[in-house]
Structures are given as structure tokens and as C-alpha cells.
Design a protein around this ligand. Structure first.
Ligand code: PMP
Length: 354
């Protein structure tokens, strides 16, 4: 650290992304990316946009926002596109949290929430999930804080129903409730439908998972006009051109190709059912996931060692070295071939461990 680093950031512990090693060609089941390439339409429009890169991108994202308005059934002035949904989350922490309005989120959830809170000097409380990693909705009533809930949650893969989300929204009329729907397309129910009913609801989605665009960095928030206005004030005070022109064009192409997207989601669901069944046959405990990953543990295997043994076999999964998750590995659902290789490797590891 240099002696010039601002005192307000000295204690910051930055987010550690899932590893992206370049030493070997791994089967990557560690960062919840899609195994499928982006839609051909997304690639075509991105290539066209590349020819105009001498110009700034449209700071209002008009064409993309109008298309999203049509696809998601939300007025265009209630949508804001961002550089990945991480940026949307950061904007939400900046806009709706401060010393007097702390943040609240589960103890086991997306690891970036606590980091965004620290970055923005926001005090926060983590509410423990129940033993089975589900959220007890009653813990979130009248908490007097801005609430962040990943739904479905990560890395549990479990989701709350819209009725449960409504209980939280009604229980906190004077606070913003942020619902992070990064994985909603794999079996969750979107809270976007609730936006007309609740002025305190902000829904965040990403193009990184179900729309195969993690490397393009595209996310968006949807909510009441006033909330989106606040977030726009933050965006235009930090980076008005937050979404680059190629990504914007690719996003439009992805939204135009609904069929490709639905087809890929269907394949992930099939591969997830197959993987869950195989893991259970091998003695793993695996909750029914509503995401593009599963969280699994085995009585005879140590989570960290399983991660290392898989890595030695060219397969990357994610292990979290925290007390409640240390027994588990989180496995992204890839293509059928990738999941077959994964299950074969797990069988091999189990055979060697007896
Ligand atoms: N929310 C959750 C729950 C996530 O798991 C992720 C991806 N790691 C994100 C948000 C951020 O995704 P992105 O910035 O790629 O849109």
C-alpha cells in the first residue's frame, strides 16, 4: 500500500473473483458462467458496433433500454443498464445506504455485498440463514435498513417465493429492498412483476449467466421511476458511458434472440437434474437448486480436498473457506459433456479415497 492511499480505504479487503488460471485448459465449473457462446445475433450486432468505436457509447442506452422495456414489461424510464450487475449493486449501496441507513443481508450470500458496504462506508448486519440454508423471512421484518437479497441465493441455490418477497417488501415500507436476480432464469420467479405495487423494490438482473455474456459486462436494474432516477444521478456522477457500445449492441442482440436464450436455459436445467441425480447416487447431499450451480457435500470427502483433487484432474469448482461452507463445493452446471467429465472425476476421487 502506498503512503498516498486514502485512509478511508486502508482496511478494505477486495473481492476475490473465482480463479481464471491460464496454465492448463480446465473444465471451468467455478464461476457460474454459461457453457454456451452468446447468441449469434449478439455477436453480429457487437461486430457492427465495433466499427463505430471512435464514438462514445450512448449514455442513455436508449435502444437497448427500449427493447428491455418490451421484453420485461417495465416502462423504459424504470430501467437502468450497468457495467455488469456488480455496478448496479454498487450504485444501490451508494444511493440507498449510509451511516444512518445501514445494509442488511444474509450471512451466506454473494460475497460482494459486504465489500460494497465497506467500500462505501456503510455499516451492515448479516442475518444467519437457517440450518438448511433457507432464509427466514420473519428475520427481515422492520429491520430499518436497506435489504439486499440474492433470489435465488448464492451459493445455496435456493429461492424465496414472490409471496415471501412481498412479506419483506410490506415489512419495510420505508426502506429499499434490493432483489438480486442474477440466477432467476434457471428456475426462480422474477420480482419484476411486483414493481408497480412497491415503490421500495429494486430488482437487479445480469446478462452474465443465462444470456452467456459474462465477459461483456452487462446488467440492469428495474424499479420505480424515483429509484431509477436516484441511480441515474449516481451513474451520471461517476461514469455516464458505463456500458460500452459493443456490449450495448450485444445486449440488444441477446434480447432479440429469446429462443436461443430459452433453449440454453432448458439445457442447463436438464444438465442440473442429471448432475444432481448422479451426485446423490454417489452419496452427496445436494439441495434442489434453482440456479445454474449446485452446492454439494459428501460425508467422506473434505470440501477443500475435493476441490484440489478435481483441480488436479483439470476441473475447476469453487470452494469457500468459511465455517458454514467449508464442507461444500459449488459446481457450475456446464454442458452435458462437461458434467459427464465432472462426475467421472468425482467417481475416480471417491474410489481412490477408500
Ligand atoms: N449477483 C450474484 C448473486 C452473483 O453471483 C454475481 C456473479 N458473481 C453477480 C451478482 C454479479 O454478476 P455480474 O457483475 O457479472 O453481472
Amino acid at each position: 500500500m502506498s503512503r498516498f492511499f486514502s485512509g478511508k480505504y486502508r482496511d478494505l479487503v477486495p473481492y476475490v473473483p473465482g480463479e481464471q488460471p491460464k496454465d492448463l485448459k480446465y473444465i471451468k465449473l467455478n464461476t457460474n458462467e454459461s457453457p454456451f457462446p452468446p447468441s449469434p445475433r449478439a455477436l453480429e450486432l457487437a461486430a457492427q458496433a465495433a466499427k463505430r468505436l471512435q464514438l462514445y457509447s450512448d449514455p442513455t442506452c436508449k435502444v437497448l433500454t427500449d427493447k428491455a422495456s418490451e421484453v420485461f414489461g417495465v416502462p423504459a424510464d424504470q430501467i437502468l443498464f450497468t457495467n455488469g450487475s456488480d455496478e448496479a449493486l454498487n450504485f444501490a449501496f451508494m444511493a440507498f445506504c449510509d451511516q444512518s441507513r445501514p445494509a442488511v443481508f444474509p450471512d451466506i450470500t454473494y460475497g460482494f455485498y459486504s465489500i460494497f458496504a465497506d467500500l462505501n462506508g456503510v455499516p451492515y448486519t448479516q442475518i444467519p440463514l437457517k440450518e438448511d440454508f433457507t432464509i427466514d423471512v420473519s428475520d427481515y421484518i422492520g429491520v430499518n435498513a436497506t435489504i439486499f437479497i440474492a433470489n435465488p441465493n448464492a451459493p445455496s441455490g435456493l429461492n424465496l417465493s414472490l409471496d415471501q418477497i412481498e412479506v419483506i417488501l410490506k415489512g419495510n415500507p420505508d426502506n429499499v429492498v434490493v432483489i438480486d436476480e442474477a440466477y432467476v432464469d434457471f428456475g426462480g420467479e422474477s420480482a419484476i412483476a411486483l414493481i408497480p405495487k412497491y415503490e421500495n423494490l429494486l430488482v437487479i438482473q445480469t446478462f452474465s449467466k443465462s444470456r452467456s455474456m459474462a465477459g461483456a459486462r452487462l446488467g440492469f436494474c428495474a424499479g420505480g421511476k424515483a429509484l431509477i432516477g436516484d441511480l441515474n444521478a449516481i451513474k451520471f456522477s461517476t461514469n455516464p458511458y458505463n456500458v460500452n457500445a459493443m456490449t450495448m449492441a450485444a445486449g440488444l442482440g441477446a434480447l432479440e434472440d429469446e429462443e436461443y436464450f430459452r433453449d440454453n436455459c432448458r439445457k442447463i436445467l436438464q444438465n442440473r437434474a442429471w448432475t444432481t441425480e448422479k451426485l446423490r447416487e454417489l452419496g452427496f447431499t445436494v439441495a434442489d437448486s434453482t440456479t445454474n450451480f449446485v452446492l454439494a457435500k459428501h460425508d467422506k470427502l473434505v470440501g477443500k480436498q475435493l476441490y484440489l483433487d478435481l483441480k488436479a484432474r483439470g476441473i475447476l469448482v469453487r470452494h469457500f473457506d468459511t465455517p458454514r461452507l467449508t464442507d461444500y463445493v459449488r459446481v457450475t452446471i456446464g454442458s452435458k459433456e462437461e458434467m459427464e467429465s465432472f462426475i467421472a472425476a468425482v467417481k475416480n476421487i471417491l474410489e481412490e479415497s477408500v
